[in-house]
Design a protein around this ligand. Structure first.
Ligand code: PEP
Ligand code: MN
Length: 293
């Protein structure tokens, strides 16, 4: 997302940054009182940042299934993705479902990230596994562990950025409090993620609370990532909801992509094909350019 990063750069390096110009952060007159590009800038490593105008796209399969991750990573990199996602320790509702490749999955992800010069992110479910994530760049806390305070405290003692997903019944204020468990333990590199909440509506997997993105920007300075894949559960809703999230000021998106969604071992109904994702990235860039023109 180099193009977008430069367009919105709000770094402190004013002198060397041609795009550092506050005028660019004015969106439209109706939105003058809402400036989404005010979150803290988080250094993700390897020259990548998120927040404060730095936008990131995170993409990859729900689960790492084997060597497919190598070709998929290269394809996503070509689409402008700098952060490769993939689950290895999977929190599945049913114990009979595929549970992920575990340590082997993490090793495949690290190798695919390395081969394509991408950062990696994967969900960690237990503090007992922290050592296994030594070579993973960003630790993801899933919705089911959002309020697992002992896990959050332990991740606060690590030196890795943490992407904290909103629990399916976690309020906005509770989510901010969860993030503070990590920062109070010493780690201020926290990114929040809106991934939908559970409501009475069965048509979608969850209800995508797009308003939380704007509300979180008003309530804290953590960068906000939107995950329209888990929020909707349906691949044909991912693109419109992604664009809505960008319009609401998301600092990044996380999207599940699979080379053959129907054969995916988890979350097959919400995965985009690489081609669908490529088109979405084009629209995201256009939307972002429009908002910051
Ligand atoms: C995931 O990202 O693969 C995942 C399980 O997401 P969530 O925790 O939002 O359900
Ligand atoms: Mn998934």
């Amino acid at each position: 997302m180099t193009e977008i990063n430069q367009m919105n750069c709000k770094c402190s390096n004013k002198d060397n940054c041609s795009s550092h110009n506050n005028e660019q952060f004015k969106i439209k007159s109706s939105l003058n009182s809402f400036n989404p590009f005010t979150s803290r800038v988080i250094d993700l490593g390897k020259g990548q940042f998120i927040g404060g105008g730095h936008f990131q796209a995170i993409a990859g399969p729900c689960s790492i299934e084997g060597n497919h991750i190598f070709e998929l990573a290269a394809t996503l990199k070509a689409c402008g993705v700098s952060i490769l996602r993939g689950g290895a320790f999977k929190p599945r509702t049913c114990p009979d479902s595929f549970q992920g490749l575990g340590k082997e999955g993490l090793e495949l992800l690290v190798q695919a990230g390395h081969d394509n010069d991408m950062l990696t992110i994967s969900e960690i479910m237990s503090e007992r596994d922290i050592d296994l994530y030594h070579d993973i760049d960003i630790l993801q806390v899933g919705a089911r562990n959002c309020q697992n305070y002992s896990l959050l405290k332990e991740l606060g003692k690590t030196n890795k950025p943490v992407l904290l997903k909103r629990g399916m019944a976690t309020t906005i204020d509770e989510l901010i409090s969860c993030a503070r468990y990590i920062t109070q333990a010493g780690n201020d590199r926290v990114i929040l993620c809106e991934r939908g909440i559970r409501t009475f509506e069965p048509k979608t997997r969850n209800t995508f609370d797009v308003s939380s993105i704007a509300a979180l920007h008003n309530g804290c300075d953590f960068p906000i990532v939107a995950d329209p894949s888990h929020a909707t559960g349906l691949s044909n809703l991912v693109a419109p909801c992604t664009l809505a999230a960008v319009a609401c000021g998301a600092d990044g998106i996380q999207v599940e992509v699979h080379e053959d969604p129907q054969s995916a071992m988890s979350d097959k109904d919400q995965a985009l094909t690489p081609n669908e994702f490529k088109n979405l990235m084009h629209d995201v860039e256009s939307m972002h350019a429009f908002l910051t023109q």
